[in-house]
Design a protein around this ligand. Structure first.
Ligand code: MG
Length: 396
């Protein structure tokens, strides 16, 4: 019998992290969890420790880590901080790092894991948006496997099995369109946090749900696809498909298109990334075509969803521009979730951050960290000036 593979799940208390643990529980004869990490949900982490018996856990704040450490009495190692994250991913009792951290915070731990020769299951798309050039170079040098957990990129990977990458004509990323697909653009200024968090087809964490409402999520995925599959911007298209049954498609040079379908359930791409190229049985419910009845498609409205247009622009510019796009977006989304910024200011602040930035090319990690910090600071400063002018944003 082959040895079980050891998995470190970064961000185990988030939406993808919880789904990952469900997948691993059903594949317990092939995988075991050696490390779990959380930003601050120590109660859920405690439950996960009891079920999965990891060797160690990481809690972001030492203040939260200390009582957990005392309670566990040495049975499980408790580390803290980003240093803790960056350490556990390099340990010898880790074969696969599943990274489901949110945002730029995923970049350094993922890079450390690649440099330590670990295989990566990547749910944190911002890592590739910001650091795609560096990460993919290290992946090739280290000869590790980096497999996408994002459903669109998993779909493309599945469509590409047995195909020659030189025969790719287009990658076609599908998008649900989010909750505001049919809302008139003139009403976007009044969109509330609760409305933006009510996604029609997927249940996800707050940050990605807002990104789905602005279509920035799809923009980030275009950039992610560029790095994962080495396809240039002109051959990556987005099509709105509200039923979220086709998860993405690849068109080949002969005009033939392959699509991957399934119910909207992240357990499929998670399991595929862990067991690739095998398919374990019974991962998710089946598509009921009788109930589905129809699948519809239409082009995205780039005037209405400016974040998608901005992402294409950042990818065209290259260098540190996608890092600025991402940082400005993370900061603006954070402010929107705190109800300190109207929905329409999200693309406005990102556009301004991109316009103010002089991009650096052939980037180093330090270039990316600097671009990230400057763009974030700019958004927070602009938002503070904005709220002084307009008064606090009324969300009621
Ligand atoms: Mg996705």
């Amino acid at each position: 019998m082959t040895r079980k593979k050891n998995i470190a799940v970064l961000g185990s208390t988030g939406s993808i992290g919880r789904s990952t643990l469900e997948v691993v529980r059903n594949l317990h004869d092939r995988f075991q969890i050696t490390y779990l990490t959380t930003r601050g949900n120590v109660d859920l982490l405690r439950e996960q420790i009891a079920l999965f018996h990891p060797r160690g856990v990481v809690v972001l704040d030492e203040q939260n880590a200390a009582p957990l450490r005392a309670g566990l009495n040495g049975t499980v190692e408790v580390l803290s901080g980003t240093e803790g994250l960056e350490e556990v991913v390099t340990r010898s009792d880790v074969d696969i790092v599943l990274c489901s951290l949110v945002g730029f915070a995923g970049l350094r731990p993922t890079l450390r894991a690649v440099e330590a020769g670990k295989d990566i299951a990547l749910a944190n798309k911002e890592t590739l948006v910001v650091g795609g050039e560096i990460i993919m170079r290290r992946v090739r040098e280290q000869k590790v496997r980096l497999l996408p957990v994002d459903s669109e990129h998993s779909a493309i990977l599945q469509c590409l099995q047995g195909e020659d990458p030189a025969a790719i004509a287009r990658l076609i990323l599908t998008a649900s369109g989010g909750p505001f697909l049919r809302l008139d653009r003139t009403r976007f200024g009044a969109i509330t946090k609760a409305q933006a968090l009510n996604h029609p087809t997927w249940r996800m964490g707050n940050k990605i749900t807002i990104d789905s409402a602005t279509l920035m999520n799809k923009g980030l995925e275009v950039i992610e696809a560029h790095w994962l599959f080495g396809v240039d911007r002109d051959r990556i298209e987005v099509v709105i498909h509200p039923q979220s049954i086709i998860h993405s498609m690849v068109e080949f040079v002969d005009g033939s298109i392959k699509a991957q379908l399934g119910v909207p359930d992240m357990k499929i791409p998670i399991a595929y990334a862990l067991t690739y190229p095998e398919r374990p049985p019974g991962v998710s419910p089946r598509v009921d075509f009788g109930a589905l009845r129809e699948m519809t498609f239409f082009p995205p409205d780039l005037e209405k969803f400016r974040c998608l247009a901005l992402a294409y622009r950042a990818l065209e510019t290259g260098g540190t521009a996608p890092a600025v796009l991402n940082a400005a977006n993370e900061a603006a989304v954070e402010l929107f979730l705190e109800e300190r910024l109207p929905f329409t200011e999200i693309p406005a602040l990102i556009e301004e951050a991109l316009a103010a930035h002089a991009p650096v090319f052939h980037v180093t990690l330090e270039d990316l960290v600097r671009a990230d910090r400057e763009a974030r600071d700019r958004v927070f400063q602009r938002a503070a000036a904005y709220s002084r002018m307009e008064g606090p944003h009324a969300s009621s």
